[in-house]
Design a protein around this ligand. Structure first.
Ligand SMILES: C[S@@+](CC[C@H](N)C(=O)[O-])C[C@H]1O[C@@H](n2cnc3c(N)ncnc32)[C@H](O)[C@@H]1O
Length: 369
């Protein structure tokens, strides 16, 4: 497989989990990100992967539909035959959390680099992950990517996926586009079924981090950010008054009139999925990131758990807490690629045996509550 805009490798980890569950393994021929810290974490977790700190647009620099450029021919030669191309291009430009630059951000064009990479590498499957608002992009990147992939012989589907339906203990919605090279699926196979919702029951925050409440660890990933006296007082008020939303009178002055920031300065609930984890998980003023029962915000370990990273995944090669927060907040929950790749393996898209019914848990790709 190849992972572009790879971050720490949430998509790769999901694909690896699905492969391992079916007696297969992933061979990461190339993972690219222009942030050194992200690639260090990727490499620490996938030591045999070929990684590169580079701008994706420097490796895939040709126009859609054009002849391969010389850098593109080089990458295609070194990657060779490819089953799976995945990528989550930067999405701040589309995000509804960013109203000012939304829809006119040059970052949106990185989405089309994924379609170009598919033209160059000709994988059996391409998966592009993004924020739901990408469909409103002023340059129509989803439609343009779909048209380019269709012209290259892919059957393409796209949809918004509620990750909570795939076992992620978090209210996170993502836009996913999947293209499967038509010659690798039977005529009856409907690619749209790849993006169907799972049927497991939603997992709660307690499921994800309940065991860490009394966790006695001095590892840096288990230490919460230090709160200001003001924020400590706010958190104490929420616990003492058994409230989850901070009243306006206790908020900073700019939140005291009409506002739509109810979740900011909020406390999480044990019995619900968490809100979307962002790089602000350590800051009370950046979302509902207060621990449900303790006077502190989430630790990096807890945020990674809520994203779906298992404890064996190491973030130790990130150097600063800020780098770590960006890496964890940017990550794609592995459950997304895990579900898709399990379904692709079951559909025999990769020309490997389908899942062994004796080994597959709870009837295939569904998660247990
Ligand atoms: C949404 S994150 C990707 C998360 C990752 N796919 C995962 O599964 O965890 C986007 C990543 O793209 C990287 N990035 C942004 N622009 C880039 C570019 N032009 N070339 C390479 N990497 C880039 C960022 O550093 C960031 O790590």
């Amino acid at each position: 497989m190849v992972d572009l805009f790879a971050g720490c490798g949430g998509l790769t980890l999901g694909a690896a989990e699905a492969a391992n569950g079916n007696g297969l393994a992933v061979d990461v021929r190339l993972a690219v990100d222009f942030e050194d810290a992200a690639i260090r974490v990727f490499k620490a977790n996938f030591p045999s992967a070929k990684t590169q700190v580079a701008a994706v647009e420097a490796l895939f620099d040709g126009d859609l539909g054009a002849e391969l450029s010389s850098p593109e021919r080089g990458v295609a030669r070194s990657v060779g035959d490819l089953d799976l191309l995945v990528g989550g291009p930067p999405c701040q430009g589309h995000s509804s959390l960013n109203n000012h630059t939304r829809r006119a951000d040059p970052k949106n064009r990185f989405y089309l680099r994924m379609a170009r990479a598919a033209e160059v590498l000709r994988p059996r499957v391409v998966i592009i992950e993004n924020v739901p608002a990408v469909v409103h992009d002023s340059e129509g990147v989803v439609d343009r990517a779909t048209a380019a992939l269709t012209a290259s012989g892919y059957a393409v589907t796209n949809s918004v996926v509620e990750l909570v339906h795939l076992g992620v203990p978090q209210k996170r919605r993502r836009h996913v586009l999947v293209g499967v090279r038509a010659e690798h699926v039977s005529d009856e196979f409907d690619v749209a079924t790849l993006l169907r919702a799972g049927t497991g029951r939603a997992r709660t925050l307690r499921w994800a981090i309940g065991d860490l409440e009394q966790h006695d660890s001095t590892a840096w990933t288990d230490l919460p950010s230090r709160a200001s006296d003001e924020n400590l007082a706010r958190m104490r008020w929420l616990i003492e008054n058994r409230k989850y939303d901070l009243p306006n009178s206790l908020r900073p002055r700019c939140h005291q009139g009409e506002h739509s920031y109810v979740s900011m300065y909020g406390r999480l609930k044990w019995h619900e999925p968490a809100q979307t984890i962002t790089s602000g998980y350590g800051s009370l003023g950046q979302g509902r990131f207060m621990h449900p029962s303790l006077c502190r915000t989430l630790t990096p370990h807890e945020a990674a758990r809520i994203q779906g990273f298992p404890d064996y995944f190491t973030f130790d090669s990130a150097v600063t807490r800020t780098e770590l927060a960006v890496i964890i907040g940017n990550a794609v929950p592995p459950a997304l690629a895990a579900t898709l790749v399990r379904r692709l393996i079951a559909a025999q898209v990769f020309a490997t045996p389908g899942p062994d019914p004796l080994q597959s848990e709870s009837g295939g790709d569904e998660f247990a509550p």
